[in-house]
Design a protein around this ligand. Structure first.
Ligand code: UT7
Length: 344
């Protein structure tokens, strides 16, 4: 079976920062609580009301295409992981396909909350593995500020806006996405959800008055499931591929809470230098956290590095993936920089 490899990455971050000091002026919270309980110092917010998830996903895709020197018409499928689509329909994938000029692509949105990118990546990989496609664009994008209640201190300190993209192509033998574990369990669906706006509770004055169009989370309970679920699948994917902590170059974790990530890394036998962490700067950007990490660490990644991607999110949804990185990131980063200098 052909394998799929990530062969390029790109990202978009809004310029505006929302710091812990800013939040202290909005709700009854403080920098020390936020940092010690979550690990977050600031997040990026797309305040512009005319721009949303499709815009961010488009910019991330353009960044990737520019770095890879690829024309959008070569893309065969666009899969967008998001829980904050611009609209229920058309799919955000359609808006992005048009905006980047991916004239030969089909695609769709995938909803799996914080595990969305992982599930989209494994879905995209299966199109490559089956031989159906050779170039699949997978994007994680969320404008979390659009569903965040900035009067609720238990959730508004957690989330940020961002998008990041990866390209999947057929891998050389032994490289790419080598194993995936995915799980869902709807038994605790109400612990992390957006109660209204769908067919069960369509928008009414009442749903708005009751703030049912915002994200709701029972944080402490979700924490308990997340800390166990994310570590369990990460350890399992290592075990069934015969990997020890020494073999893993990086854990690429969903960034919901520093304490969940630390616990996962400990169970995997990893030292702190082997964990990609950007929660401090961006908060929880839902579907964007994992590809954002891959983008930001690209220059350090080398062909043959063993990565474990892992996530846990609303639903519940969770999973882990074993990836043997397929290219030397320093070369791409250097050539992209040279190109930007040349373009002025
Ligand atoms: O990304 C998808 C999945 N989501 C997650 O993985 C998130 C999982 N949950 C968490 O990360 C954590 O539960 C939170 C960061 C959301 C909360 O941390 P916690 O340590 O679980 O706090 P808690 O909810 O148990 O609250 C402890 C106290 C409470 O006060 P009392 O009842 O002990 O007096 C809260 O009211 O902290 C209070 N609190 C705050 N204090 C200052 C809650 N939010 C804040 C705040 N600032 N922003």
């Amino acid at each position: 079976m052909a394998r799929a490899a990530i062969t390029a990455v790109g990202r978009f971050l809004p310029e505006d920062r929302l710091t812990n000091a800013d939040l202290e002026k909005m709700v009854d919270t403080n920098d020390e609580w936020i940092r010690s309980r979550t690990g977050i110092r600031e997040r990026r917010i797309l305040w512009d009301k005319d721009k949303a998830t499709a815009y961010m996903a488009t910019e991330a895709a353009k960044d990737l295409l520019r770095k890879r020197g690829l024309d959008a018409s070569e893309i065969e499928a666009v899969i967008i992981a998001t829980v904050t689509p611009d609209m229920f329909f058309p799919a955000t994938a359609c808006l992005v396909q048009h905006a980047i000029g991916a004239t030969k692509a089909w695609g769709f949105d995938l909803s799996a909350a914080c595990s969305g990118f992982l599930f989209a990546l494994s879905t995209g990989a299966s199109f490559i593995e089956s031989g159906r496609h050779e170039k699949v664009l997978v994007i994680g994008a969320d404008k979390m500020s659009s569903i965040t209640d900035y009067t609720d201190r238990t959730t508004c300190v957690l989330f940020g806006d961002a998008a990041a993209a990866v390209l999947l192509e057929p891998a050389d033998e032994g490289y790419g996405i080598l194993d995936t574990i995915e799980q869902i369990d709807g038994a605790q669906a109400d612990l992390l959800c957006m109660p209204a706006g769908g067919s069960l509770n369509p928008p009414t004055h009442e749903t708005i008055d009751k703030k049912m169009h915002f994200l709701h989370q029972q944080g402490r309970q979700v924490f308990r499931y997340a800390v166990e679920g994310m570590a369990d699948v990460s350890v399992e994917v290592m075990a069934r591929n015969g990997l020890t902590g020494d073999d893993v170059r990086y854990l690429v974790p969903h960034q919901a809470n520093l304490r969940i990530i630390d616990a996962t890394a400990r169970r995997m036998g990893l030292t702190k230098d082997k964990v990609m962490l950007n929660i401090e700067r961006y908060g929880n950007t839902t579907a964007a956290t994992i590809p954002l990490c891959l983008n930001d660490w690209e220059h350090e990644l080398r062909r043959g590095d063993n990565l474990v991607l892992s996530a846990f999110g609303g639903g519940f949804t969770w999973g882990a993936m074993y990836v043997k990185w397929a290219y030397d990131g320093d070369k791409v980063a250097a050539s992209a920089e040279a190109e930007m200098v040349a373009e002025g």
